[in-house]
Design a protein around this ligand. Sequence first.
Ligand code: CA
Length: 227
Amino acid sequence: MTKILLVEDEPKMQQVIKDNLELEGYDVALAGDGKTGLKDILENSYSLILLDVMLPEMSGFDVCRKAREKGIVTPVIFLTAKGEEIDKVLGLELGADDYITKPFGVRELLARTKAVLRRTEGSASGPAEKLTLGSVEIDFRTYTASRDGVALPMTPKEFELLKFLWQHRNQVVSRDQLLTNVWGYDETISTRTIDNFILRLRQKIEKNPAKPQRIITIHGLGYKLIA
Ligand code: CA
């Protein structure tokens, strides 16, 4: 399911947007201030972020800037108030994908949301869809992988696990984060399952799986993908 994070402090606005996105089949997470929003963005994996500009704790612009600095490439649509013309331009310079001016209609919001998702999820050569690790190439759009030009069989779960690591590349990702984001709250999965998946992934993508250089273990914390 496509997961969208809505960072918005007005309860009424939150509810209207959430309800309408859910009616369209999206999975919507909520954050009510900038700090919480940024934390959510760094710890989870979303397809899109709807980001209000005027937020308690930290502005939407700062949230976006900090997320981009951390290597998060998730598309962002800013929700701006009327008259924030200069802010709009600034917003796009920050690496936002679009903006919508309040008050907006639900139809407009859904149209913009779909357009951005189509652009980012559907682009064949988009930087967010392909990963090259030495001689290994992974295409997350088609769920195909190759090593030295030879097809590399991988399960959908392995793709999802690798994609999450890649979306948080060069950062430490905890087993709990992987459990929540890749497996969901499936009680039959233990952190040992994750370790086994990591071992299998290493066998597929590492030159020497015994001495991993791509997916490294950060003792006591989790894993880090070096890319
Ligand atoms: Ca606001």
